[in-house]
Design a protein around this ligand. Structure first.
Ligand code: NAP
Length: 319
């Protein structure tokens, strides 16, 4: 199947590497790549390892038409306050009868219900496994393995940057040292403030609630407080008491909708939510038929994000 990639940064390049590695078993071909500053590349026979970028296509529609692909892969930068321009990219693909896979949580956090309905009307698939917890099964788990199970709530430690900042302060470093370290590890969003102020977690919380609980909210409706007020002194004091801090995303159904919040929570070291170090992520779901269970991902990297997108492509191939 032919793919049109919108965005070719860390995830786009990792996906291209994975596709090359698996091309015998899964013969996907990238026929177009569209970026913001690096221009656009199109080749109906498939772009190679070093795509030749020319001038940027004048519009997303023009790019998608030129690429002639069956699946659009949306991998542009997260814009947590609006979800754009990714939402418009996805709509342009649906309007051309193309399936969409994305790792961008913005569209799920701002427009999931509308996009789901638009995909159904267009008769195309819409997949987004990597939008939360990289390639670890979260959304496809419900889709494929848990028919009839209702999500009553969730609690997740989903932001790696804030955890690296806390761990750096526990070792005697400053808040800024932690942020610098997270940047060096390549795990911050384009703007690191999105992570520590809680925007990344709010977008993930809204995305989870919209997809799994039909909440129809935006990140602005998630009650959010980040970790920016934490000081090394406070973190070290808690460490002496056997406690730590995690930026926790929580959602639960209520009698009149959903209650959603992101908070820097003080947890016992032995708390399950405090157990995952570094870039590891964990989410626990509270359900009607399956009790409480969860997904854990230990030290995921961009290769795992690329795998989540790849799993979406394989699923879309069957449609
Ligand atoms: N990195 C991760 O581990 C990870 C994990 C889960 C989810 N995600 C999500 O995956 C997405 C991509 O992440 P990334 O780390 O690959 O980001 P990135 O390295 O910053 O790359 C973003 C890409 O999008 C392009 N782009 C930005 N705005 C565009 C526009 N308006 N039109 C066309 N292209 C545009 C950029 O073009 P230029 O190259 O020209 O600047 C760049 O190629 C984000 O939404 C992120 O939240 C990432």
């Amino acid at each position: 199947m032919r793919l049109a990639l919108i965005g070719y940064g860390n995830v786009g390049r990792a996906l291209a590497r994975l596709l090359r590695r698996k091309r015998r078993e899964f013969p996907f071909t990238i026929t177009g790549i569209h970026t913001l500053r690096h221009g656009t590349a199109v080749d109906a026979d498939g772009l190679g390892e070093a795509p030749a970028f020319g001038p940027r296509a004048a519009s997303i529609g023009g790019f998608l038409d030129a690429a002639g692909a069956q699946i659009a892969v949306e991998l542009t930068t997260l814009e947590p306050s609006t979800g754009e321009p990714a939402i418009s990219h996805i709509r342009a693909a649906f309007a051309r009868g193309m399936h969409v896979a994305t790792a961008n949580k913005g569209p799920l956090a701002h427009a999931y219900a509308a996009l789901r309905e638009e995909a159904a009307r267009a008769g195309v698939g819409f997949r987004f496994e990597s939008a939360v917890m990289d390639g670890a099964p979260v959304f496809n788990l419900w889709h494929s393995c848990l028919p009839g199970v209702k999500v009553l709530g969730f609690a997740g430690v989903l932001n790696s940057t804030s955890k690296v900042v806390v761990e750096t302060m526990e070792r005697g470093g400053s808040f800024q040292d932690g942020l610098t370290r997270a940047r060096e590890m390549g795990i911050t969003e384009a703007d690191g403030a999105f992570d520590v102020e809680g925007w990344d977690s709010a977008a993930k919380t809204a995305a989870l609630a919209n997809v799994l609980m039909d909440a129809r909210v935006t990140p602005q409706q998630v009650s959010t407080r980040g970790i920016t007020r934490l000081t090394p002194e406070r973190v070290l004091e808690m460490a002496r008491q056997g406690k730590t801090v995690r930026l926790v995303s929580r959602g639960r159904r209520t009698s009149n909708g959903t209650s959603l919040r992101v908070r820097a929570e003080v947890l016992e070291r032995s708390d399950l939510l405090a157990c995952t170090p570094g870039t590891s992520n964990l989410i626990l779901f509270d359900t009607d038929l399956m009790g409480t269970f969860g997904t854990v991902s230990i030290d995921p990297g961009v290769e795992q994000t690329a795998y989540g997108v790849f799993s979406d492509l394989v699923n879309l191939r069957g449609l």
